[in-house]
Each structure stands twice: as structure tokens, then as C-alpha cells.
Design a protein around this ligand. Structure first.
Ligand code: ME8
Length: 511
């Protein structure tokens, strides 16, 4: 599917589309940043990337939030959707598309895809009675409830009785089991694949996919008293953006390389319902899922409906800068398990990895080149020991990015940066006389910076371009192509190296 050799495959990567009843917080930012970093890595590999994010704007939860704000549902959705859009701009998210489920293109795709499932005999009418959590926009059976409350939001559920259209989820148990068992890349990390398998093995009931009680949704084309239940409209956003029903060539190009990033709270929808819907519509290419746990503060899921104060990404950017926040988010939280979000851990990471290690390396090298090499960066030595460190770092980072483990990839990258710092500490070029000996040391250090800088662009798109320019490289770091750009010997030498302000001044928390 995706390529590690720069051969130019396609790579379609998505985030969940976020509900517009809440404003962006660092939990949303976490998923979006991981998807962004992986999208950027694939661009470095030469893949053609389509990176999609957006907002989920229908459903009861959104309708109620709009009512409370005294706005029409669409005006409310537009205002909050814009907040997500600007949060992602602020965080330098490189999405190619931003979808809103209220857009015409989406209405058409939803109606086309579900009509296909209907024509194929997988949708039928019946009455539904059950307990509904408005925050999840989902029905629960009694066994799922905790003291009568929603297991996720810990809030009372509402009893509802409705005429509904149902989706024959039960018909897909065997195909889903086969997919999950046979394809180790269906859902990663593996624990979540097992969780989805567990859901399928417990037995699948058909699910209600339409509502008559609300009008804020996409009309069922063959029975317009109904609108599709928000989740069945929302999931289809991915197909809409890939061109489903509008441009078959586009859809065929992107769909086979679809990668969905999501939190574990919506695994059931993405890992069981969505693939079944695709199969019902005759789409047999199923996406790959990359699932992460919750960021927690003091052990509780960080979201407003979970009762824990939400933190806006803007507050973090004010403190740490865009790249400082991006790097710490990607590096501090391994992709998969739940993880504690802590301000202190970001400060520590910022100072140790950015101020003291990467920033310090760039400053030190520029200063010594200024003093001992007349400000002109010398070429590296082809046989330097650092070349081995660079090769190892690249191999490990490439494997980790491919496995969607940004934290591991950055750890490998920073090992190279640290080794370059140690190499300088051992050689003490600042004590040497100007001449060939100091030139070799500085050429090797510059080459390590060049390689680490390209590899760090997915995490720090701005700081890496500053460093790239400082060491005299032409063009942009993000325009380099891997693996070639990681091969030792690419630093040309004979180019001007600039001393500038520290890229990451040491962070001192206000006391
Ligand atoms: O579920 N830690 O939207 P949503 C980590 N509209 N990630 C978190 C998080 C936390 N504490 N809180 C939220 C929806 N997230 C639907 C999705 S997709 C077709 C429809 C992230 O606004 C995480 O990715 O509730 C989670 O899955 C998502 O936000 C839920 O966003």
C-alpha cells in the first residue's frame, strides 16, 4: 500500500471529524497532530498524500448546543467549524481538505452510498426502542450501562421509541471476522484489533440508522420523513472526500490507501460498523485504522463532558510555540495506550530535547563554524562514525513512522542529534586551531544536523526550516525526498552558515 522507498504511492489519511458542540481541545489536537506528522512523513517519501480533517455537524447533540446558544443549527455549526479550522491553521496542520457534513458534496455521497446498501438489501424498516446517550449519539443495551448511565459520559441515558431504518450489521459478522483475523494492519495497535474482534464475536445486532424525531440531518432519499442517524452520515465523510459518487477515478485512486486515525472511544464505529457499511455498498477495499488511547489529566479523560477542564491548543502554543507543543505532543505520548497529559512533562521535554539538544547543536555548530571556518560550512567526511549513527537513526525512524509510532520515530531521530552533540563534546573543535582537522569535525556535525533536520520536519515544520537555512542548505527541508536525503554525504560544503538567535530558548515557567 504505502511506500517506504519513495516510489510515489498514494496515501489517504484522515482524522475523525469533530463534533461542533464542543470547541477544539488538546485531545482533538493530539489525533490531528499525529495524522499530520504521518502525512508529512509520507510526503517526504514522495507519496501523493490526501490529508482530510473536518467537522461533524448533524445530530441531536449539535442541535441542542445550537438551541442553547440561541442560534440556528447551521449558524452554530459554521461558527464552531471555523474554530476548528483556525486551530488547525495555528498548529500548522497540513490538511489538503476540510470537510463539513453540511456540505452538498457530502449529502450527495451519503445518499449515494446508503442507497447502494439499500438496493443491495442491507437496509430495512422497523421500530426501535432503547436507551440513548445524546453525548455519544448512540444507543446502549442495558448490559453496557454503568448504574444506568452511559459508560463513557457517566450521564443518564434517554429512553427512546422510534420508527427506524435498520442496517443489517448482523450479515457481516463473518466477513468482519475474516478481515480482522487475516489482516494484521486492519487495526493497529493489535490490542484494538482484538477489541474489535471481541465485539464481532459477541454477536452483532442490526443497528438503527435513521431518525424521525429530528430534522437536523441528511434526508433518507427513499423516505424523506427520516434523516440518517448522525453516525451513519458522519462515517461516510471519508468516502465523500475521496470522491465517492462524484468522481470514480478519484475514489479508485485514494480509497485503497485509506488510513483512519482515531481515539479508542470511536473504535466500534470505525472498526465494526464502518467496514460493514462499506461492504454493504459493495466496497471491498477496507481502510487501515490507527487507534490511540485517551490523554488523561489526573487519570480522567480530558473532555468537557467527562467533567475535566479542557485545555485549548492556543494556550499551549502561547507557552511553547507551535513546534514546541507539536514536538512534545508527539514525543511524550506513545500512540496507542492511554497517557497522562502534563504541563511539567512538556516543559521538561522542551528543555531537554529542543533547547538543550537540537537547538543547542545548531547554535554551537554555527558559532564554531563562524569562528574557525570563516562562516563557511565544510563538507563531511564520507567515513565518519556519525554516518553509522545517521544510518541507524534513519532505519529505526522509518520503521516507526511506517508503524505509526511517531514517538518512537522521534526518539530515534533525537539519538542522532544527541550523538552529534557528544561527538562535538569529545572532539572539542572550539579548542582546535582553524584548519583541516576542525573542518572535518564541523562538516560531520553539519551533516548530522542536515539529516536530523529533514527527519524532524514532520514534528517541527517551522523550526526545521530555520535550521535548514542556517546551515546554508538551499530550498526547503520539507521538499527533500527520503530515503535519499538521509544518505550520509549530502551536505555540500562551501556554503555560508549563519549564527542566529537560539531556535528554542530554554523555557522557564512563570513562577
Ligand atoms: O466522536 N484524548 O467527535 P468528537 C485523546 N464526531 N483524544 C481525544 C480526547 C482525549 N481526551 N478527546 C477527544 C466524534 N479526542 C465524532 C467522530 S468520525 C466519522 C466522527 C479525539 O468531537 C479522539 O480522536 O467527540 C476522539 O476519537 C475524537 O477526538 C472524538 O471527537
Amino acid at each position: 500500500m504505502s511506500s517506504t522507498d519513495g516510489s510515489g504511492s498514494t496515501f489517504f489519511v484522515t482524522t475523525p471529524i469533530y463534533y461542533v458542540n464542543d470547541v477544539p481541545h488538546v485531545g482533538h489536537a493530539y489525533t490531528t497532530l499525529n495524522a499530520d506528522a504521518v502525512a508529512r512523513w509520507h510526503r517526504l517519501l514522495g507519496d501523493e498524500v490526501l490529508f482530510l480533517t473536518g467537522t461533524d455537524e448533524h445530530g441531536l447533540k449539535v442541535q441542542r448546543a445550537a438551541d442553547e446558544a440561541g442560534l440556528t443549527a447551521l449558524d452554530h455549526a459554521t461558527a464552531t467549524s471555523d474554530r476548528f479550522r483556525s486551530a488547525w491553521e495555528m498548529l500548522n496542520i497540513s490538511n489538503d481538505d476540510f470537510i463539513r457534513t453540511t456540505e452538498e458534496r457530502h449529502h450527495l455521497a451519503v445518499q449515494a452510498l446508503l442507497s447502494k446498501a439499500y438496493d443491495n438489501g442491507y437496509i430495512y424498516a422497523d421500530t426501535y426502542e432503547g436507551d440513548y446517550c445524546v453525548s455519544c449519539e448512540a444507543y446502549y443495551v442495558e448490559d453496557d450501562l454503568v448504574d444506568g448511565n452511559c459508560p463513557i459520559h457517566k450521564r443518564p441515558v434517554e429512553h427512546m421509541v422510534e420508527d427506524n431504518y435498520f442496517f443489517k450489521l448482523s450479515a457481516f459478522a463473518d466477513q468482519l471476522t475474516e478481515w480482522l483475523e487475516a489482516d494484521a494492519h486492519s487495526i493497529r495497535p493489535t490490542g484494538y484489533r482484538n477489541e474489535a474482534l471481541g465485539i464481532v464475536r459477541q454477536g452483532l445486532d442490526d443497528v438503527s440508522i435513521s431518525r424521525t424525531s429530528i430534522s437536523w440531518g441528511i434526508p433518507v432519499p427513499w423516505d424523506t420523513d427520516h434523516v440518517f442517524y448522525v453516525w451513519y452520515d458522519a462515517l461516510i465523510n471519508y468516502a465523500t472526500a475521496a470522491g465517492y459518487g462524484a468522481d470514480d477515478a478519484d475514489f479508485d485512486k485514494w480509497w485503497p490507501t485509506t488510513h483512519h486515525f482515531l481515539g479508542k472511544d470511536i473504535l466500534r464505529f470505525h472498526g465494526v460498523y464502518w467496514p460493514a457499511m462499506l461492504l454493504a455498498a459493495g466496497i471491498t477495499d477496507l481502510p487501515e485504522l490507527h487507534v490511540h488511547g485517551f490523554l488523561l489529566i489526573g487519570g480522567e479523560k480530558m473532555s468537557k463532558s467527562g467533567g475535566v477542564t479542557a485545555i485549548g491548543p492556543a494556550e499551549m502554543v502561547d507557552e511553547f510555540g507551535v513546534d514546541g507543543f507539536r514536538y512534545a505532543m508527539l514525543r511524550n505520548h506513545s500512540f496507542g495506550p492511554d497517557s497522562d497529559f502534563s504541563y511539567e512533562a512538556i516543559v521538561e521535554r522542551f528543555n531537554s530535547d529542543l533547547a538543550n539538544t537540537y537547538g543547542n547543536l545548531v547554535s554551537r555548530v554555527a558559532t564554531v563554524v563562524g569562528k574557525k571556518c570563516g562562516g563557511i560550512g565544510p563538507a563531511p567526511d564520507p567515513d565518519a562514525t556519525l554516518a553509522t549513527a545517521a544510518r541507524t537513526a534513519y532505519a529505526e525512524a522509518a520503521t516507526a513512522w511506517e508503524a505509526v509510532q511517531p514517538s518512537v520515530a522521534l526518539d530515534a531521530t533525537w539519538r542522532l542529534v544527541r550523538e552529534a552533540n557528544e561527538y562535538l563534546a569529545e572532539n572539542e573543535p572550539w579548542k582546535m586551531e582553524a584548519g583541516p582537522e576542525v573542518d572535518v569535525v564541523m562538516g560531520n556535525a553539519l551533516e548530522a544536523i542536515r539529516i536530523a533536520t529533514v527527519m524532524a520536519t514532520p514534528a517541527m515544520p517551522e523550526a526545521t526550516e530555520i535550521a535548514w537555512k542556517r546551515i546554508g542548505m538551499p530550498g526547503l527541508a520539507a521538499e527533500q525526498r527520503l530515503p535519499d536525503a538521509a544518505v550520509w554525504g549530502g551536505y555540500p560544503g562551501g556554503v555560508p552558515v549563519e549564527v542566529g538567535d537560539p531556535i528554542f530558548p530554554r523555557f522557564k515557567p512563570a513562577s
